[in-house]
Design a protein around this ligand. Sequence first.
Ligand SMILES: [Fe+2]
Length: 243
Amino acid sequence: MNELTKQFHNAEFDGWKPTKSYEETIENFWDSDLPFLEIDCDLDIEKIFKEVQKIKDEDWMETQTQTYQKEIHKKNGTDWFYTLHSSGWDEIRLKSYDFKNFKKIQKNSHDIPHQFDVVIKKNLLPKTIDELENKNYDYNFLKISRLKPSGWLHPHKDQISDFGNKLSYMWIPLNDCQKNLKIYPYGYMPCKLGCAYLLNNFDHIHSVLNKDQHDRYVILMKFNKSKIDMNVIKNAVKQQWYS
Ligand SMILES: [Fe+2]
């Protein structure tokens, strides 16, 4: 593991408290600065996990093995911003950006038009896609991530979260896991099977470390928020951040 990742996971964080009132947070929930929100997930996780486990090794794509750092962050010394560096991190991209054309069409990092999405491997996990469609999940971006034991992802913020809203990035565990995603300055996000996590990966530096002895699988999705009942959101925000 590299030094910054080690420091990040060994550090004691102070925790995070809301900066705004409950009412203000709810009013602008999708772009609020909450680090994450845990909600119940109605997907058949067991069915999805069974199918994911059958994926052949050659279909997994090892990703983000290079440190990528923008000049501006080097200059500012903020070397964990927008860096992507990992080990033991594999992905299946079921619906994602066309990276070949990405640079050409992108006017700036905050302006990525939706129509440039491409479906890459939607036939690889047919039951999973069916399950998402049957439950009316509508997403712009969908991938499965596999993290090997001791696998890690360097602390970073994501630039692509503004594809929809800050909190429309959904992280869904597919198998038992210890807490493994750490968010500055909150600490470790829970990792409960049967739950989905709306993750603000835009405002908060985060890093992942698999402390289990087995591979950790999660679904990562950038979804269209219309599906979610605001009453569920309101109750979860109150319970998790304002009580
Ligand atoms: Fe991230």
